[in-house]
Design a protein around this ligand. Structure first.
Ligand SMILES: Cc1cc2nc3c(=O)[nH]c(=O)nc-3n(C[C@H](O)[C@H](O)[C@H](O)COP(=O)(O)OP(=O)(O)OC[C@H]3O[C@@H](n4cnc5c(N)ncnc54)[C@H](O)[C@@H]3O)c2cc1C
Length: 448
């Protein structure tokens, strides 16, 4: 093979991780990138998403964040409030995120983030999308991975690649099969949590001055209570107020199959937050009957490996997380950028050697797994702190909220300046550039 750019890259799934990976490989100069997606188009959940500086740094290198920024909200602070009273437990001002970390913290519409990535991909002639086409089986992992696909209308077919990037999300069939083929399993960890995702239009809220103030603020608000919380922020040029809840999972707990979403009743939703303050009640009451959707929040125990031969998992396929740190999509997009960095470091005369490809993928895993595991754990831990019921632990947490202005540490880890510094200042691509040779050598190969 003349050049790493001639490698045939197959991406499974056109979610945030898959789109980001395809674009990252194209920007590195790879010429043959095929993305296979089950859905017939980018049918993204109608919901908002937080885009922290660490992911904007990656999107900037992929040259696609300016259009995303145009309709996003530049977050200037967060307000953590007691759900029952609306009394503020802590307020964290974030006026200088852009100055500190080079990029702002944005909130936006998922369709805007996905659309920005997709538009970036469409400008790259190297990327071909195959919608309505699912991977159903991995036939081999090396020396060349072979996959069987099932198009929605048509006969199954096989594709041989040089590298497969499996970004097929939390229900990843690639993960399940890869681990089974390695003689292990991927066990789910029961979070006991579910979420309602809601979007309200400005026209529905503007009659209420308190609601309008929330919509016009540049603030992320979190109302917390025992076992539950609500996070809310403006998106889409403040034309939409995005609300995401977390509550005990009662609907999905009994199901044995991996159900992820279900239509829910408005009455049940109002009941869950019945003891929250009148402002929250008025907001939730605006949700149209029949438009309440509930999601099971699922995570997995850390996987024994993310890589088998020339097949690598990324995003929710290998490190699904609770949303309490707002880093799931960010981590998925970062993964793709690190993968592109690692694979492009394989020397030209080694490109036909699957062992070198596998080792480059392994470097990605070694660089990303400890870091993403830490963030996944932190998101779970933060949720436990937010959801404390009455008692000594809650009293201590509330004291820490009160003292947070002095200590720089907030029990809501998302809003905590020390955690933000750790996550927002970490340039994962630069880290891969700096560490690749050392980690590659540690795998028992010559220096790449
Ligand atoms: C309530 C909630 C709030 C969140 N808030 C945030 C936030 O503010 N910030 C943030 O960064 N993250 C957030 N996240 C997390 C984030 O949404 C996910 O981590 C992220 O979308 C994962 O991206 P992914 O590409 O790995 O997977 P997905 O987005 O799930 O994409 C997987 C894709 O693969 C396709 N696919 C699946 N199987 C196959 C197959 N066999 N063949 C072909 N295609 C297949 C699917 O159709 C899908 O398009 C939140 C999550 C939740 C639940």
């Amino acid at each position: 093979m003349a050049d790493f750019k001639d490698l045939r890259i197959v991406v499974i799934g056109a979610g945030m991780g898959g789109l980001g990976a395809a674009l990252a490989f194209a920007k590195k100069g790879f010429k043959h990138i095929d993305v296979y997606e089950t859905a017939s188009n980018l049918g993204f959940v109608g919901a908002g998403i937080q885009m922290p500086p660490n992911v904007l740094r990656v999107l900037d290198r992929l040259d696609c964040w300016k259009e995303i920024e145009a309709e996003a909200t530049d977050v200037k602070g967060s307000s953590i409030r007691q759900g029952s009273t609306n009394v503020e437990l802590a307020s964290v001002s974030m006026p200088d995120v852009r100055e500190k970390y080079g990029f702002p913290h944005l909130t936006g519409h998922r369709a805007s983030l996905a659309g920005g990535l997709y538009n970036g991909c469409k400008k790259e002639s190297a990327i071909t999308f195959h919608f309505s086409t699912s991977v159903v089986r991995v036939e081999s992992y090396s020396p060349k991975p072979v996959l069987t696909f099932q198009p929605r209308d048509g006969e199954p077919f096989q594709v041989e690649a040089d590298i497969v990037l499996a970004s097929d999300g939390i229900k990843s069939v690639t993960r399940t099969q890869m681990l089974a083929d390695l003689g292990t399993v991927s066990s789910e960890e029961d979070t006991g949590q579910a979420a309602y995702r809601i979007m309200l239009k400005r026209s529905e809220m503007e009659h209420d001055p308190e609601m309008l103030a929330l919509l016009d603020s540049d603030t992320v608000v979190r109302w917390i209570g025992p076992q539950r919380h609500i996070i809310a922020y403006p998106i889409s040029n403040k034309q939409i107020f995005n609300i995401s809840t977390t509550q005990p999972d009662t609907n999905f707990a009994a199901t044995t199959n991996a159900t992820y979403t279900t239509r829910a009743s408005k009455k049940a939703m109002l009941n869950v937050f019945a003891d929250f303050c009148p402002l929250v009640q008025r907001i939730l009451d605006l949700v149209p009957e029949g438009e309440v959707c509930e999601w099971k929040l699922r995570i997995h125990k850390p996987l024994p490996t993310w890589v088998h031969g020339s097949v690598a998992l990324l995003g929710d396929a290998c490190h699904p997380t609770l949303p309490h740190l707002s880093q799931g999509a960010a981590m998925a997009i970062e993964d793709g950028a690190v993968l592109a960095e690692c694979v492009s470091r394989v020397p030209t005369d080694r490109l036909n050697d699957p062992e070198w490809i596998a080792k480059a993928l392994k470097v990605y895993e070694l660089l990303r797994k400890p870091y993403t595991s830490r963030l996944v754990d932190m998101a779970s831990e933060s949720g436990r702190g937010l959801h404390l019921g009455e008692g000594k632990a809650k009293e201590e947490r509330d004291r820490q909220f009160r003292e947070s202005g002095k200590t720089g540490s907030v029990p809501d880890r998302w809003a905590s300046p020390d955690v933000q510094k750790m996550i927002y200042s970490f340039d994962t691509v630069q880290n891969a550039r700096d560490k690749f040779d050392e980690v590659f050598a540690s795998l028992g190969a010559e220096k790449a």
